[in-house]
Write a protein that binds this ligand. Structure first.
Ligand code: FES
Length: 315
């Protein structure tokens, strides 16, 4: 984690504020890949993940946007109280939501605060010149963050959809995706029901590999409770550890002295991902893609467990 200073705060929409962050030591930040997020620790000590939405090549500052959640447990509400000049702790950018290099055309579907990772993608796609379009769904213009920027900097690429009722969403999304070629990859971020609908509509014309999504909420399976005990073998030493039914895999590994970091402990941030050399994980996270889950080559150790009696981990 490094210290960053809040250089500027802007109200971007109702209950959505952006924070321009610079390094406290004045050094340049690293460039990042579009779709990346950072861990930010606010004044109450709560750490949350926020997508970066500044131009990815801009090393002077990062921009994040925070929606004040009604159910905030100290993360988003506390960040809405901070002032310019204050310092926060920030982790290095991590990316679980990349633009697919195999794609030649891209359709970005955002709802509400979910526009943030897609904004960084918009900067990159403008640079590369590949065909792309952003469809931004919001209750009304008041709720649409970065609307002015999107309409000016990315004019011709952005279509706003205001006040679409849930019952009309299928038709609206079908229309959006129908404007692109069937080879276009689809990226979505927003509330879970919206993303589920995007995935459902996109899956009618595209394979799983062409549909990408970013979650900011835990999979309900993450809190599904115990599912039996299993063993883990640490490949480097051959040590075998027992993971009891009521204990997380990551806790067993850390208790043994394995060097694994955690942040969210909800299967969202990807900090605790470990390579699996043998065995079948029971995936309960919301950060590995369906393809990654199906390959069984990685496991999110904070929430996921095992289907097989033993997992062999690359530790
Ligand atoms: S600690 Fe965040 S995914 Fe495991």
């Amino acid at each position: 984690m490094m210290k960053v200073k809040i250089e500027r705060i802007v109200d971007e929409a109702l209950d959505i504020r952006s924070f321009r962050l610079v390094r406290s030591d004045g050094q340049p930040l690293d460039t990042y890949e579009p779709g990346a997020h950072v861990d930010l620790t606010g004044p109450t000590g709560v750490t949350r993940q926020y997508s970066l939405c500044s131009p990815p090549q801009d090393r002077r500052a990062y921009l994040v946007a925070v929606k004040k959640e009604a159910q905030s447990r100290g993360g988003s509400a506390a960040l809405h109280e901070v002032e310019e000049g204050m310092e926060l702790e920030m982790g290095a950018p991590r990316n679980l939501f990349r633009l697919d290099p195999a794609a030649s055309e891209h359709v970005l579907c955002a709802a509400g605060i979910g526009v943030t990772p897609l904004l960084s993608m918009a900067y990159r796609l403008t640079e590369t010149g590949q065909p792309w379009r952003l469809h931004y769904f919001a209750r009304s213009p008041q709720y649409a963050a970065f609307a002015e920027l999107l309409a000016s900097t990315f004019a011709g690429h952005v279509q706003f959809h205001y006040g679409v009722e849930p019952g009309d969403m299928d038709a609206a999304l079908s229309d959006c995706l129908g404007q692109a070629s069937s080879a276009a990859h689809v990226y979505t971020c927003g509330p879970a029901p919206f993303m589920n609908k995007v995935v459902e509509v996109a899956a009618r014309s595209r394979s799983d590999e062409a549909i990408h999504l970013e979650h900011f909420q835990a999979d309900p399976a993450a809190n599904a409770g115990p599912s039996g005990s299993f063993e883990v073998e640490l490949a480097s030493s051959g040590v075998v550890l027992q993971v009891p039914a009521d204990t997380r895999l990551v806790d067993v590994l850390q208790a043994h002295g394995c060097d694994i970091d955690t942040e969210c402990r909800e299967g969202i941030c990807g900090t605790c991902i470990v390579d699996v050399l043998d065995g079948v994980p029971e995936h309960r996270d919301n950060c590995l893609s369906n393809k990654e889950k199906a390959s069984n080559k990685q496991i999110c150790a904070c929430v996921s467990r095992a289907v097989s009696a033993r997992l062999v981990l690359d530790i």
